[in-house]
Design a protein around this ligand. Structure first.
Ligand SMILES: [Ca+2]
Ligand SMILES: [Ca+2]
Length: 583
């Protein structure tokens, strides 16, 4: 059998004793680390509590009127979401009005929610579950002047997911153009979605306000409407702060330096960057040069020669401590430092493309120094640099659960907040270490499991297929159903035995049923002597011949059973017998 080929299930693992011990130890280690990762960690939990209080508080808007221009049926559900059904037009615009109190509102949240009645139980109405929102428009009027509608302009929007193949960013929903839109990629992600729209100015009248909200689904993609949606407002400043952009200064380049490899420091590594400093190289002095041709988010080609290093530097200004994701590409190897600390390294030989590597930058308030080194091992060279869009929105369930007093949260809610905080937000070193250890342990456990040999087994179906007498042998002509059993001329299976393969196997080797043993030892005899004690070794029944020495056959059969079906022992017994040596 091909040892590399995967066995077709059902199979059982047959570990050696050593493997069993190793596996158990590594399983225990994984379980211990998992439990540490979910147990209280005072330092982390205190930071989590602070983070929770800073989460935006959302107020769900209760729709008062809701209409669909092209004839979709809209219905208000108990959780104040709106569900679409009935007619499913190619294009549709939903209009919702609501009253609200509160001033200094900053943002509106739109949730696309899944529902069992929608295609694939997703959040959209199209056949594949995808949604394209071409425009999201909001107007506001004071409660005292209900008909003087003023637009609420949005400057920025975030979505927890955007379809990646094509131009489907959330910003397309507030660009005033009906030909552009935000796609949720609902054909792949059949889950709740959220988008947050940041208002240009604070909104909300002191006397109360009316809002009129339009969701325009005017895409070329037919029926790409939300099937269920909910709206909320907040006065949180969380999104306003997010809006303050990073200031990315010009690039400077230094090099190329002939190099022995990625680890060779040509001068600027590990020290504060001084753009005036000169670096010796091959009898010359190299200096930093300002580069204005590099555009973020584009692949740039460099011609720096074989086995050379080029340094790239820029400063990044941030208003606050924040974490951003950096997406990189390089031809060939790359190393990146932030404020002199290495943040990523990849010693590879490759062509450059977008998004080959990712790095996380923990920016401090004020000026941050980003240094990159690209090493070209041969041929062409190049790099790619892009700061990714904002970190993902905190899932609505987490935000809503965090609003509740700790004592009012369900166990699932406590877990959801803790897991999200620990995995996505916290930069605690102890946690990082635990996660790394868990990863290593799980890898080790997998390696042990992979090394355990498997063997094929049989497995009974949960519900037996059923066997029937077939009239004249035709499979379409079923007569009565038959049950598994042994031929009536032979002893029956024991009553407590299951009527399956296992039962049959046990019946065959039952010491009270010597026929199997007799047939087997007779074949051994035939192998050695040329003729069996029963000459018709293939037929032991009424049609076969009588044994020449019935007592010998019985004795051998009993010996075989009592030896525990030991074939080698039986062979030896026969080969060393006086009878065999005579022949
Ligand atoms: Ca648009
Ligand atoms: Ca190259």
């Amino acid at each position: 059998m091909d040892g590399n080929a995967k066995l077709v299930p059902p199979v059982v693992k047959v570990p050696s004793e050593e493997q069993s011990t190793q596996l158990q130890a590594s399983e225990e280690q994984v379980a211990a680390l998992k439990s540490q990762l979910s147990n209280p960690i005072p330092q982390v939990d205190t930071a989590q509590a602070e983070w929770e209080t800073a989460l935006p508080k959302w107020k769900v808007l209760v729709p008062q009127t809701f209409t669909a221009q092209a004839g979709t049926t809209l219905e208000l559900l108990e959780d104040d979401s709106i569900l679409a059904s009935g007619k499913n037009p190619d294009k549709e615009t939903y209009e919702i009005t609501t009253s609200l109190t509160g001033t200094n509102l900053t943002a509106i949240r739109l949730e696309g929610l899944t529902h069992d009645s929608l295609p694939h139980k997703g959040a959209g109405r199209s056949g594949n579950g995808n949604v394209v929102l071409t425009e999201f428009e909001v107007e506001i009027a004071g409660a005292n002047q209900p008909e003087s509608w003023q637009p609420v302009a949005f400057t920025r929007a975030w979505a927890d997911h955007e379809q990646e193949d094509g131009d489907f960013q959330i910003g397309n929903a507030i660009d005033g153009k009906l030909e552009t839109g935000w796609a949720t990629e609902g054909q792949k992600k059949r889950e709740n979605r959220q988008a947050v729209f940041l208002a240009e100015t604070l909104f909300g009248y002191a006397e109360g306000s009316k809002l009129r909200i339009r969701l325009k689904h005017q895409s070329q993609q037919a029926q790409h409407q939300f099937g269920r949606l909910r709206l909320a407002v907040t006065s949180s400043s969380a999104y306003t702060e997010k809006e303050i952009p990073l200031k990315l200064q010009d690039w400077y380049s230094l090099g190329p330096f002939p190099t022995e490899g990625l680890s060779q420091n040509h001068g600027p590594e590990g020290a504060p960057i001084d753009l005036q400093q000169a670096f010796p190289s091959g009898g010359k002095e190299l200096k930093w040069a300002k580069e204005t041709k590099y555009v973020d988010g584009q692949v740039h080609n460099l011609s720096i020669g074989d086995n050379t290093s080029l340094y790239l530097y820029r400063s990044i200004q941030s208003q606050s401590s924040r974490r951003v994701s950096l997406s990189l590409g390089s031809d060939d190897a790359i190393k990146v430092w932030l404020n002199q600390a290495q943040v990523m390294v990849n010693d590879v030989n490759r062509g450059v493309a977008a998004d080959q590597d990712q790095a996380v930058l923990d920016l401090k308030p004020g000026e941050n120094h980003l240094l990159m080194k690209v090493v070209n091992y041969g041929g062409v060279s190049g790099f790619y640099f892009s700061l990714e869009r904002e970190s993902p929105l905190v899932p609505t369930e987490v935000v809503e659960a965090a609003k509740l007093a700790a004592t009012d949260r369900t166990e699932e809610q406590v877990e959801a907040i803790r897991d999200y905080y620990r995995n996505q937000v916290s930069d605690n070193e102890q946690l990082k270490k635990l996660r790394q250890d868990l990863e290593t342990s799980e890898q080790k456990k997998n390696e042990i499991e992979q090394a355990i040999p498997t063997t094929l087994v049989m497995q009974e179906r949960d519900t037996p297929r059923g066997s029937y007498v077939l009239y004249r042998g035709q499979y379409t002509q079923r007569r009565q159903q038959v049950e598994p059993g042994t031929p009536s001329a032979l002893p029956a299976m024991e009553e407590d035995s299951s009527a399956n393969r296992l039962g049959l196997a046990r019946w065959l080797v039952n010491p009270g049923h010597p026929l199997t043993s007799r047939v087997t030892v007779n074949r051994f005899w035939q192998q050695l002597f040329g003729t069996g004690i029963v000459e018709t070794s293939e037929d032991f029944g009424n049609q076969g011949q009588r044994p020449s020495h019935p007592e010998l056959l019985d004795w051998l059969a009993m010996e075989f059973i009592e030896s525990g079906w030991d074939v080698k022992r039986m062979m030896k017994l026969m080969l060393t017998s006086a009878t065999y040596r005579q022949s």
